[in-house]
Design a protein around this ligand. Structure first.
Ligand code: PSU
Ligand code: MN
Length: 303
């Protein structure tokens, strides 16, 4: 029996960046193909890529494109993903099947971490990670286990507001994933700045994050490091507004019998509608902010 021939592909820009030893930042594609509705997904992709570039690094959107693991999307592929045209949501367990099917697949945080390991990428920016769901503790995102076993720095605004945040934080502790506040002492609430959940570490500079990361790796730790920062204050949504929309979205999901991988995209879309776009502006701003920070950290790691 021979192994399935796997030929990951990179765009020319990413190959060139690798050749000159430039800083790279991975971006997940599920947030574009499933997380945000058009036209906001295009705005998110544009703003995130520009933020990484402005920080002096090269953005690397990861995906499965026609069955090929892809580092960077060419224009055709990007348009299909933004149109959500037959693009499946791919978590870590789905990668092999998407490749064997020759499918287009948008990678979640879990699958993007796996792609980072495949492509030797050390820094990854996203919006909010998955975690332990409310009222259904058995529904725990695969993002958590992949964070436990993939050494990548992940910048985010915490975990999605739809989750049980105290439970998610406890699981991250159990799994050995450090959660570092960037300019904050508490876990941010994704759309909102504050949760009241205290963190055990805080580092306020990219160089400081790079130092902590080198120590983490030198100690042989194989886990990710989560670097969390709140959404920019001017776009943050008050916690009461987010909570009311979330409670209603959870009820709607239950009434509609939404299950499995469809839960997260359903809730995110429902909250977007219920908050009349306020949550979208916060989402776009925090994605851009996290991409910029990831770029700065990736550059600091080269120093
Ligand atoms: N957070 C967002 N938007 C998203 C996601 C998270 O604000 O689109 C996506 C990420 O790709 C994350 C996934 O990995 O949702 C989690 O899905 P699940 O809960 O099914 O693991
Ligand atoms: Mn789930």
């Amino acid at each position: 029996m021979s192994a399935h021939p796997l030929h990951p592909r990179s765009t020319a820009a990413i190959d060139a960046a690798r050749q000159r030893g430039g800083a790279l930042v991975a971006l997940e594609s599920s947030v574009f193909a499933q997380g945000l509705l058009p036209p906001f997904n295009r705005e998110a992709a544009t703003r995130m890529m520009r933020a990484v570039t402005d920080a002096g690094a090269t953005p690397v959107i990861t995906a499965i494109v026609c069955g090929v693991p892809a580092f960077g999307l060419d224009d055709d592929a990007l348009e299909r993903f933004l149109a959500r045209d037959g693009v499946r949501k791919v978590s870590a367990r789905d990668l092999g099947i998407a490749v064997a099917d020759g499918a287009d697949g948008a990678t979640t945080v879990a699958a993007t971490l796996a792609m980072c390991a495949l492509g030797s990428l050390e820094v990854f920016a996203t919006g909010g990670i998955g975690g332990v769901h409310r009222d259904a503790a058995f529904d725990e995102s695969a993002d958590l286990v992949e964070l436990a076993r993939t050494p990548v720095i992940v910048t985010c605004a915490g975990a999605k507001s739809i989750l049980d945040l105290p439970a998610t934080l406890e699981r991250l502790e159990t799994l050995g994933v450090p959660v570092v506040g960037y300019g904050t002492d508490e876990l941010p609430g994704f759309f909102s700045v504050s949760t009241g959940l205290r963190l055990t570490s805080r580092i306020d500079t990219p160089a400081g994050i790079a130092r902590a990361w080198r120590a983490h790796r030198a100690l042989g730790r194989q886990s990710a490091m989560l670097v969390v920062q709140p959404p920019p204050a001017e776009h943050a949504v008050p916690v009461e507004v987010v909570e009311a929309a979330t409670a209603a979205a959870l009820r709607a999901a239950r009434d509609a019998g939404i299950r499995g991988a469809a839960v997260t995209p359903f809730l995110l879309a429902d909250i977007q509608q219920r908050t009349q776009g306020r949550s979208v502006q916060a989402n776009l701003a925090l994605l851009e902010n996290n991409a910029r920070l990831a770029g700065q950290i990736a550059v600091a790691l080269r120093a």
